[in-house]
Write a protein that binds this ligand. Sequence first.
Ligand SMILES: NC(=O)c1ccc[n+]([C@@H]2O[C@H](COP(=O)([O-])OP(=O)(O)OC[C@H]3O[C@@H](n4cnc5c(N)ncnc54)[C@H](OP(=O)(O)O)[C@@H]3O)[C@@H](O)[C@H]2O)c1
Length: 271
Amino acid sequence: MSVSIPMPSLGFGCYGRLGAEGVSAIRYALEVGYRNLDTGQDYQTEVDVGEAVRASVIPRDQVYVTTKVATGNLAANRLIASLEESRKKLKLDRIDFALIHWPAPNGAIAPEVYLIELRKAEESGICREIGVSNFTIALISRAEEILGKGGAFVCNQIELNPLFKNPKIARHCQSLSMRVTCYLPLARGRLSANLPLAAISKAHGMTGEQIGLAWEWSRGYAAIPTSSRRERIAAGFAAQQVRLSKEEIATTDALPDGPRVIAPAWGPKWD
Ligand SMILES: NC(=O)c1ccc[n+]([C@@H]2O[C@H](COP(=O)([O-])OP(=O)(O)OC[C@H]3O[C@@H](n4cnc5c(N)ncnc54)[C@H](OP(=O)(O)O)[C@@H]3O)[C@@H](O)[C@H]2O)c1
C-alpha cells in the first residue's frame, strides 16, 4: 500500500485560481514542485484543484490536498455531507486534510457540534487529517477539552507574515506541537516595498516576498502563497533555497506589525 505524504511546508493557495486559468496555474505549481494545494468549500475552486491533480503525472499519494469546511456547513447535519460533496467536486479518492475554515460566526454554533463531526469525518476516512483555521487560544483550548489533548489537529491556519506576526497564537500552537500554516504569507505583495526586507532581499538576490516565505519557514511555519503569474509561482518554490542568517531573522522579527487584513465583524475575539 502506498504511503501518503505528510503536509509539506510549502503549499499553493487556490483562492482565486478559478476556471481554465486557475487549473493552468495549479498545474504549473505542481509542475515546478509544489505538493500541497489549499482550497476551501467557499473558494469555488475544488473542481479546478481536482482537475489539476488528475491531469498531472504526479502520483496521487504525493500531493497533499486540503479543503476547508465553510461556516454555512458547520451544523451537525451538514458537515460530513459537505465534505462528501467536496470529495465529489475534487473527484479524488479522499481529502488529505479537512479543516474548519472559521469558528462559527458570532459563536452561534458551539465548537463541540462541528469538532465532533469533523473527528467523525476523519474516522470514516473521508479525510486523512483534520485541523482548524482562524482559531484563537481559547478555541484551541476548548477543542482540546472536546477532542482530547495531543495531536488533535494537524495545524491551525492563520493570517501571518513578516508584517503581521500574530505571535501569541503562533507560539501557543507550537507549544502544543500543532503546525502553524501562514495565510497571506506574502502580505499580498507588500513585502518588497518594505525597506529592511529589501536590504535582505538584495543580499540574497531574491524578492521581499521570497524573503517573507524564508522567514516563515525559519520560524517552523508552513506557508500557502498564491499567484496567478507563472514567474511568481516559480519564485515561491525557489524561495525554499534561501537560508536566512540569525541577524536577518532577528531583523524580520523586529519589523513593526501592521493591522490584521482579514477581520470579519463576526469573527472570533482575536488574541
Ligand atoms: N484560512 C483562511 O481564512 C484564509 C484566508 C485567506 C487566504 N487563505 C489561503 O491562503 C492563500 C494565500 O492567501 P492570499 O492570496 O490572500 O495572500 P498572499 O499569498 O499573501 O498574496 C497573494 C496575492 O499577492 C500577489 N502577489 C504574489 N506574489 C507577488 C509579488 N512577488 N509581488 C507582488 N504581488 C504578489 C498575487 O497577485 P498576482 O496573482 O498578480 O501575482 C496575489 O493577489 C489563499 O489562496 C488561500 O488558499 C486562507
